[in-house]
Design a protein around this ligand. Structure first.
Ligand code: ADP
Ligand code: MG
Length: 390
């Protein structure tokens, strides 16, 4: 089992806190975004992967309707009633669980008993590896089992997304939850965000990833996010008028059409639009390259993706650019790009496993010398997705 020692620690803590064993337990991993940036809300394509770090959720039904919920690392407990699950301003970690619980309860046949639950994981929090989606998906799987609710992965992912929107206050897409559920060992997950259909694609044994967390957080992120989305919508409306075929999202526009029909579109909006359009094409090309085992070609697409973020979408920053520039000079590094929303956060690096340690040390050294503050480098192997473990 993935991360077995974390599960054992959780069971020990659960037993000493609640005085018994859980009846149900589930595991869910974090994720990396590998190729396809800001494409989900443009109804395009993304390559992602579930990672080998994750979170476990252990639960047992209670006698009454009260729920006791413990964050296993802090050993902090909160309580709420199963019939009144509301977001809280304190101990905000509970909102990911509560939002997910609310989604499951809405599908369950009542009346319902409460529960005694505890969760524990090893994903660094807030570092771009989506510890929040992992927490939602292990909660969702465990509570669905506990309450006898049948779901499919897309429904489960949407329950997690709704928890982020309505309980945690984060307007995320579906990528994180889908990746956490759909991951397979050694595989990338390729998702079409129009149909929300996904498949896994083999990476072969010659690839692993480094996740370089710059710990950089830049202000005005929310405003910049909204501006990017707005620019994509403006551009989609322009191409809907200019092209003969129906265009509802930038997914419907090719780079060739962009070049031919961009006239009349505000130049900044045109640059912004070129990013998700180019990313869609890179994901599709990358899929072909993986079929022929061309990891170097796939890595070049990752570098291209970063350049597109840096110069066209302008969602990069000095620290992310520096990591990618360092990576270009390290032998054995095949590709590197920012992962996730941008404006700070993490860079995902594709590297041959035999070069991973040397590359990680080189990145950390050069970064530290340049910024006089460390970045955090984690080695990541694409891993199995969420599952029930008890
Ligand atoms: P990310 O999803 O990239 O890690 P977020 O800000 O979306 O970053 O979610 C991080 C938050 O999720 C944490 O601040 C915490 O509230 C909650 N969380 C996730 N996993 C755990 C955990 N194992 N223990 C406590 N809190 C957790
Ligand atoms: Mg998150």
């Amino acid at each position: 089992m993935q991360n077995e020692s974390v599960y054992r620690e959780l069971l020990e803590k659960y037993a000493s806190h609640f005085g018994g064993e859980p009846s149900v337990a589930a595991y869910a991993p974090g994720r990396i975004e590998v190729l396809g940036n800001h494409t989900d809300y443009n109804e395009g394509f993304v390559f992602s992967a579930a990672i080998d770090y994750g979170t476990f959720f252990a639960v047992c039904p209670a006698e009454g309707t009260s729920c006791r919920l413990v964050a296993g690392d802090l050993m902090r407990e909160v309580t709420f009633d199963i019939n009144e699950i509301l977001p809280s301003r304190n101990d905000t970690w509970q909102n990911y669980v509560k939002g997910t619980a609310a989604g499951i309860v809405a599908l369950a046949a009542g009346p319902l008993k409460g529960f005694d639950a505890m969760f524990l994981g090893n994903i660094p929090l807030g570092s771009g590896l989506s510890s929040s989606a992992a927490l939602e998906m292990c909660t969702g799987l465990a509570l669905a089992k506990l309450y006898g609710v049948e779901t499919d992965p897309v429904t489960m992912a949407k329950i997690g997304q709704k928890a982020e929107h309505e309980y945690a206050g984060c307007k995320c897409g579906l990528l994180d939850q889908i990746s956490s559920l759909a991951g397979k060992e050694g595989m990338l997950v390729k998702t079409d965000f129009r149909s929300i259909v996904y498949e896994t694609v083999d990476m072969g044994p010659d690839a692993c990833f480094l996740m370089v967390n710059t710990n950089a957080k830049h202000r005005l992120v929310d405003g910049a996010y909204d501006q990017r989305r707005q620019a994509c919508e403006t551009a989609a409306a322009h191409f809907a008028k200019a092209l003969r075929h129906p265009v509802t999202h930038l997914r419907d526009v090719t780079m060739a059409e962009w070049a031919l029909y961009r006239r009349g579109l505000d130049p900044v909006a045109a640059d912004r639009a070129a990013h998700p359009i180019g990313e869609d094409e890179r994901v599709l090309l990358g899929a072909q390259m993986l079929q022929t085992g061309d990891l170097s070609g796939f890595g070049r697409l990752m570098f291209d993706s970063h350049a597109s973020s840096r110069y066209l979408f302008e969602n990069s920053c000095e620290e992310l650019d520096a990591v990618v520039d360092i990576c270009r000079k390290i032998p054995g590094v095949l590709g590197a790009r920012l992962s996730g929303g941008g404006f700070g956060g993490s860079v995902v690096v594709l590297v041959h496993p035999r070069d991973a340690e040397t590359a990680a040390a080189a990145i950390a050294n050069v970064y530290n010398a340049k910024f006089e503050t460390p970045c955090t480098v984690s080695m990541i192997h694409p891993a199995a997705g969420a599952c029930l473990v008890k």
